[in-house]
Design a protein around this ligand. Sequence first.
Ligand code: CP
Ligand code: NVA
Length: 311
Amino acid sequence: MTVSLKGRNLVSIHDLSREEFFQILDTADELKRKQKRNEEYSPFKGKNLAMIFQKPSLRTRVSFEAGMYRYGGHAIYLGPDDIKLGKRETTADIARNLSRYVEAIMARTFSHARVEELAKHASVPVINGLSDKLHPCQILADLMTLREKKGKLDGLKMAFLGDGNNVAHSMLYGCAKAGVHLSLAVPKGYEPNPEILAEARADAATTGAELVVTHDLAEAVDGADALYTDVWASMGQEAEAKKRHEDMMPYQLNSKALAKAKPDAIVLHCLPAHRGEEITDEVIEGPQSKVFDEAENRLHAQMAVLVQVIG
Ligand code: CP
Ligand code: NVA
C-alpha cells in the first residue's frame, strides 16, 4: 500500500511515519535503478526548485541541482548574498513569494527555526537541506546506503563517533524509524540534544531500535555493522575548532576503532571529511569505506523526496 506525501515538508525525519520513511527509501532505490538503466523519466518537467543557502555546500547543492535537471526540472540557487535571508525581508514574505514561482523550496540555514518558519509560511513543500539542529536528507541517503550494502536495516548496529550534532540528531531519528541500533560515542559536553534523544527513543520503542549515548568508544563500536563520523566543528562553529579538536581526538575513526567493529563493517561519513581529524586517511581510503556511494545516494534520496512531495 502506498501513502501519499504530496504537499508535505521534510523538516525532520521525526515527522515521517515508518511507512513514509520506507516509501522514500524504496523510491530512492527505484530512481537509482532507472538512472543506471538510463531510463527516460521526467517527473519534474516544467517544475522548479528554489534552493536557499546560508552556508557553503558541495553535495547538497549539486545533488539537488543535477537531480532536478536530470528529471526534467530546474533548480534556482539562492546563495547568502542573493536573497539575504533574515536581512532584506521577513522569512514569511520570502516563503510566500517563492511559493508563487516554484514547486518546492530547499533551505540550508543556520537556525533550525528559520526552516520551520519557511515551512510554516510556504504553500509549497519545504525540504531541510541542513540546519544547526538537523540534516534529514543526509540520513535518508545514509540509511539507503546501509540497506544497499547490507541487504536490510532491521537489527543492524551503527556507531556514530564524535560530536552529538545535527547529523547525529537526524541519525537518532532515522535509526529509530528504521529499527537500527545506534550508539553515539561522544566526549562529555557534546551529547545530543536531550529532547531529540527522548523523541527518537519514543519512536524507537515501536521498532525495537536501541539508542545509546556513551563516552566509551569501545562500547559503541563493539560489533557494529557501520561506523559513522562527521566533522568536529560544524559550519558556524569555526571559533571552537581548537577546543573541539582536543576534546574529540579520542573519538577519531581510525583503524584501531574500525578493528573493534564487525569485520565486514562499512564506514560512512557525510563529508566534507577532515582527514587526520575525525577520520584517518587510511580508513576513509580503505576498502570498508563507502563514502562516495553514500554521497551519490544523496541525489537519489533527495529526488525520491521531491517525487513524493511534488511528484
Ligand atoms: N554532506 C553534505 O551535506 O555536504 P555539503 O555540505 O557539501 O552539502
Ligand atoms: N555537521 C556538519 C555537516 C556538514 C554536512 C555541519 O553542520 O557543518
